[in-house]
Design a protein around this ligand. Structure first.
Ligand code: DQA
Length: 148
């Protein structure tokens, strides 16, 4: 199975570190990307890490991952709660999908407790802070290793 993995980030996550640090912590997306790259090296994963504020770009990266990536982790940010288009794109991806949220969406406002992406995700990590990305990569590596 391919050891290529995509880590995708949705709207406003480019502002991590500045944006509501009481909810999302002090780490920037660049810090998270560096930590993911270091861990991917350890796990022998080939990492593609992207962020966009545009729904279509996230969809295009999911399409790009089709047929070639062994797994995908996504923090869809607010699109989690609204985007059937993102769900449809993920349904067209064959490999394992891990949904990541820095905050615990279940502890927050009612409208954050519905996730369209969870209808497709094989695993969901929420409320583990930026470490959630590392947990997602470890899970993807395990699933890829298990498939051989
Ligand atoms: C988030 C949770 C979402 O509800 C929110 O819109 C985000 C970030 C998280 O990582 O906790 O932008 O996905």
């Amino acid at each position: 199975m391919s050891r290529l993995v995509y880590v995708l980030n949705g709207p406003n996550l480019n502002l991590l570190g500045q944006r509501e640090p009481h909810l999302y912590g002090a780490q920037t997306l660049a810090d998270i990307q560096r930590a993911c790259a270091a861990l991917a090296g350890e796990l022998k994963l080939d990492l593609r890490f992207h962020q966009s504020n545009r729904e279509y770009e996230l969809i295009d990266w999911i399409h790009e991952a089709r047929g070639k990536a062994g797994g995908l982790a996504i923090n869809p940010a607010a699109l989690t709660h609204t985007s059937i288009a993102l769900l449809d794109a993920l349904n067209a991806f064959e490999g394992p999908v891990i949904e990541v949220h820095i905050s615990n969406i279940h502890k927050r406002e009612e409208f954050r407790q519905k996730s369209f992406v969870s209808k497709r995700a094989d695993g969901v990590i929420a409320g583990c802070g930026a470490q959630g990305y590392e947990l997602a990569l470890r899970r993807l590596a395990r699933l890829i290793d298990d498939k051989g």
